[in-house]
Design a protein around this ligand. Structure first.
Ligand code: ZN
Length: 366
């Protein structure tokens, strides 16, 4: 769809790219910014690609193009905009931009970043009010736009309402529900689908991150997300799944479950790695999805955790009638909370108590 718009020179003024960063939302935004600024784009009847050789392409390849601006959350602190941040943040910002230039599927995040603030949106506004320093189309990319705080969102809405010539504002988000509805309705939305398992495997292997065999073990858990897949490669996936299931088992024990559950949650929490805790929850969700599929579809369904079939069958027989979609919602919420820096062990504990409650309810009514 984007290709069509670019070819027809009907480039939207505001575009919302919904999907995971690791599925390529930012990669797509940058590719579009490069293409519309290229002096000699390579065109076929259905595609348009940047030439990679003109001065504009060379500048945009290193993200030093004056027409291309990335806006991302800044670390907590006094600084309200990129102009008055501390030197270490300036340096971190430079490093992030360099990493993105090298790998547009990479995580675009400053250490301890908390939110996109109003000062940053004002800077965008000021930039857009000036005339462009060079020809082409100015493209502002708001990375993880849901991180705009309330003041920033309101200021941004005003910016969207003002007409600009030769400007496209691209928002990327994996959580569109967290954006102001008034912002969403002013954007043309494009859903960036998860990558296929094959693409994930090829990418991991071509980057030399692991062997093809390891890649095919990891890919089904990665949900089409290169970042997640790369995280898993550097972790012990089976080990994480074991601790995820230990957590689940302890939550479903008889009356002495509290201590066991607290221990299991603390064990995951003690590692102090947000990424690992999120990955563990995601493995639990995928495992439960398998159990649910077995309960509904019977023995012929294709399982992600095919190597753990007998445990899955036991679980499906015992708890298959439980409200597993509700359980999955609890897991998703916990994962979001951990992402937002709540206490890992406390969040896990609360979530598992909720899950215990959901499953107990089913037993009581069946
Ligand atoms: Zn070019």
């Amino acid at each position: 769809m984007l290709q069509r718009c670019i070819l027809d020179k009907r480039i939207p003024q505001a575009l919302l790219l919904t999907g995971r960063e690791g599925a390529g939302t930012i990669a797509l935004a940058l590719a579009m910014a490069r293409t519309v600024n290229c002096h000699h784009p390579q065109t076929t009847s259905t595609t348009m690609e940047p030439c990679e050789a003109c001065p504009s392409c060379i500048q945009s390849a290193s993200l030093q193009h004056t027409n291309i601006k990335l806006v991302m959350a800044l670390p907590a602190g006094k600084a309200d905009s990129e102009e008055d941040v501390a030197d270490d943040v300036v340096e971190a910002l430079r490093e992030v931009l360099q990493a993105v230039a090298e790998d547009p599927y990479t995580r675009v995040r400053l250490p301890n970043a908390s939110m996109i603030r109003i000062g940053q949106i004002r800077e965008v506004k000021r930039m857009l009010s000036l005339s462009a320093a060079q020809e082409g189309r100015r493209v502002v990319i708001i990375v993880n736009a849901e991180e705009m705080n309330v003041e920033a969102s309101n200021a941004f809405l005003k910016t969207l309402e003002e007409p600009h010539d030769d400007v496209t504002i691209i928002l990327t988000t994996s959580r569109p529900e967290r954006l102001l509805q008034t912002i969403v309705s002013r954007c043309q939305e494009l859903i960036v689908p998860p990558l296929s398992d094959e693409t994930v495997i090829d990418t991991l292997v071509s980057r030399g991150l692991c062997s093809a065999e390891e890649a095919s073990l990891v890919a089904p858990f990665a949900e089409g997300d290169i970042q997640r897949a790369s995280d898993y490669v550097s972790e012990d996936v089976r080990g994480m799944r074991t601790s995820a299931l230990a957590l689940l088992r302890s939550a479903l024990r008889g009356k002495d479950y509290r201590n066991a559950l607290a221990d299991a949650a603390a064990e995951i929490g003690d590692e102090r790695s947000k990424t690992k805790a999120e990955a563990t929850l995601s493995l639990l969700a995928v495992w439960l999805r398998d159990a649910y599929a077995l309960a509904l579809g019977g023995p012929d369904v294709r399982l992600v955790n095919a190597d753990d079939r007998s445990a899955l069958e036991k679980f499906a027989a015992a708890f298959g009638s439980a409200d597993l979609p509700a359980v999955m919602t609890v897991i998703e919420r916990a994962s979001r909370d951990i992402h937002r820096n709540t206490s890992i062990s406390l969040t896990l504990l609360t979530a598992m108590m909720d899950i215990r409650g959901i499953i107990a309810r089913t037993r009581a009514t069946s």
